[in-house]
Design a protein around this ligand. Structure first.
Ligand code: BDR
Ligand code: CA
Length: 336
């Protein structure tokens, strides 16, 4: 099976962890690198969590690089109520297998520099998937203006089109955290004639992981019938169980739903297989000005503004097909 070379830019985060596991479990993906941006938790916690997830998954050889400490303009805000104080819910990670990457003392963005180096090493072949505020991707584009033309694709979990926001009335978390970075990335990709693929909540909320998917996951791992909380589960399944237990509680309390939206994992799945989403070309704009609409992503789906399309936007997703695939792939991977 041909493999897509991926860089995941993450703010790990429960659904970022699911995204990393899905990428590692996918035969059509080769994870080159994970870069870290602050968002769900601060940069140090993102690096620790990302290293921990890769270690639990037996992928200690993959580099985890710290990026920016803060968004481009706004002050950093984190979200412990969504992902828990450490960022991974109730999961407890092993001690890191390698020294953790730290932000450069001179204030340069090491993640951005490494993204540039990886893309230049494999011109035309790398897809960067933004599972976090777009800070590091914008920084990479600032470092190397040619980068958007050298990437295979840029795929961003961000924004909300017709679905209500999960942060403000219309704003989604990643977009709200660093709207200036998102604006820069969308513009740079469009200027290069390579519009970014945007996965807003309209598509990612279709990926609601619930008890039947848990049953499929443990069955694929050879543990059919194993319950949540079973201490004899393999380490990857225990990580998923303990992280999702917190995320489930969050979704029940804040959204009154059973299950958890694993936005970032769905985004990786669509980057690998666009057939999982309904994708339209449309003009998008980001509200960067301070105020109640800051971070809103405005997508002119009906083409009323007579503006040229500058993005590809997933306006719906096939979450069920994805979740079956997630269960099969990650279940089997966890038991290897
Ligand atoms: C996005 O925000 C974060 O909390 C999640 O990790 C995901 O990337 C969903 O709005
Ligand atoms: Ca994320």
């Amino acid at each position: 099976m041909p493999q897509q070379k991926l860089i995941l830019d993450v703010d790990t985060g429960i659904d970022d962890a699911m995204a990393l596991l899905y990428a590692l479990a996918s035969p059509d993906a080769e994870l080159l690198l994970a870069t870290c941006a602050p968002g769900n938790v601060n940069l140090e916690a993102v690096v620790r969590n990302t290293r921990g997830v890769l270690d639990v998954a037996g992928a200690s050889h993959i580099d985890v690089i710290a990026g920016a400490r803060t968004p481009l303009v706004k002050a950093l805000v984190t979200t412990p109520e969504t992902h828990g104080p450490t960022g991974l819910g109730y999961a407890v990670l092993p001690e890191p297998s390698r020294a953790l990457s730290t932000p450069s003392a001179d204030g340069t963005n090491a993640a951005a520099a490494r993204i540039v180096a990886e893309v230049r090493r494999h011109p035309g072949a790398v897809t960067i998937i933004g599972c976090a505020p777009a800070t590091n991707i914008a920084a990479a584009f600032r470092l190397d203006a040619e980068l958007p033309t050298l990437l295979h694709d840029v795929v961003l979990m961000t924004g909300a089109v017709a679905t209500p926001g999960n942060t403000g009335a219309r704003s989604e978390w990643n977009a709200w955290c660093d709207p200036e970075a998102l604006d820069e990335v969308i513009r740079a990709c469009a200027a290069a004639g390579r519009p970014a693929l945007i996965l807003p909540l309209d598509a990612t909320e279709s990926a609601l992981i619930r008890p039947p998917h848990w049953a499929a996951l443990v069955a694929a791992a050879g543990r059919a019938g194993a319950q949540r909380g079973d201490a004899t589960l393999n380490p990857v399944l225990r990580l998923i169980d303990e992280a999702l237990r917190f995320y489930d509680e969050f979704h029940l309390q804040y959204d009154k739903i059973e299950g958890s939206h694993i936005h970032d994992a769905f985004t990786v799945a669509v980057a690998l297989d666009a057939a999982l989403a309904t994708i339209v070309s449309a003009p998008s704009a980001v509200e960067t000005r301070e105020g109640v609409t800051q971070g809103d992503l405005l997508v002119d789906v009906r083409g009323r503004t007579n503006t040229p399309a500058n993005s590809r936007v997933a306006i719906a997703g096939d979450g069920e097909a994805f979740l079956q695939r997630f269960a099969e792939r990650v279940g089997r991977f966890s038991a290897r």
